[in-house]
Design a protein around this ligand. Structure first.
Ligand SMILES: Cc1cc2nc3c(=O)[nH]c(=O)nc-3n(C[C@H](O)[C@H](O)[C@H](O)COP(=O)(O)O)c2cc1C
Length: 143
């Protein structure tokens, strides 16, 4: 069985406030590490909030989440839940990523009953997984 863990968190911009390059850096390192560790998943970011689903061997997921929790680039981490499954849902995404753009992605959010402001507060684990799958399907290339 694999484990899927979902959380949302608040971005802590560095002194230079460059959240986009921060997001790219996180994705680059995550893809490298997760590929080596047999993990997959998806990271959403709207310049303020992160929402991530991480899946793989349960012990490896737990160890990685523990490391991510200590990362000063975010805070107020709220675990939305975890579940065990037979089959991965983000196979092929060592860590997919999507920037949520208020104007362009309004419809994707609306279809799930979400708004570009406060979307992260309404999610449970399953809601995040569904939303991430919608974004994965809407983006032809990785960021
Ligand atoms: C929102 C967020 C998501 C992250 N996701 C992952 C991840 O999926 N895998 C990972 O290895 N590191 C992730 N990181 C980075 C870790 O906190 C940590 O910086 C990194 O794993 C250290 O890797 P290194 O020792 O190879 O530099 C994430 C960080 C943040 C802020």
């Amino acid at each position: 069985m694999i484990k899927q863990t979902c959380y949302v968190s608040l971005c802590q911009a560095g002194a230079d406030g460059r959240v986009l390059s921060m997001f790219r850096d996180i994705l680059t390192v995550s893809q490298r590490n997760n590929r080596a560790n047999g993990l997959s998943g998806y990271l959403l970011f709207d310049r303020h909030y992160f929402a991530q689903v991480l899946e793989g061997d349960p012990r490896v997921v737990d160890a990685t989440i523990a490391r991510i929790k200590d990362d000063p680039r975010h805070r107020d981490i709220v675990l939305l839940g975890y579940r065990e499954r037979r089959v991965r849902q983000f196979e092929g995404w060592a860590m997919g990523g999507a920037m949520i753009e208020a104007i362009h992605d309004r419809e994707i959010l609306l279809r799930r009953g979400l708004d570009s402001k406060g979307w992260q507060r309404k999610l449970d684990g399953e809601g995040l997984i569904n939303l991430a799958l919608d974004f994965a399907a809407s983006r032809s290339t990785d960021i």
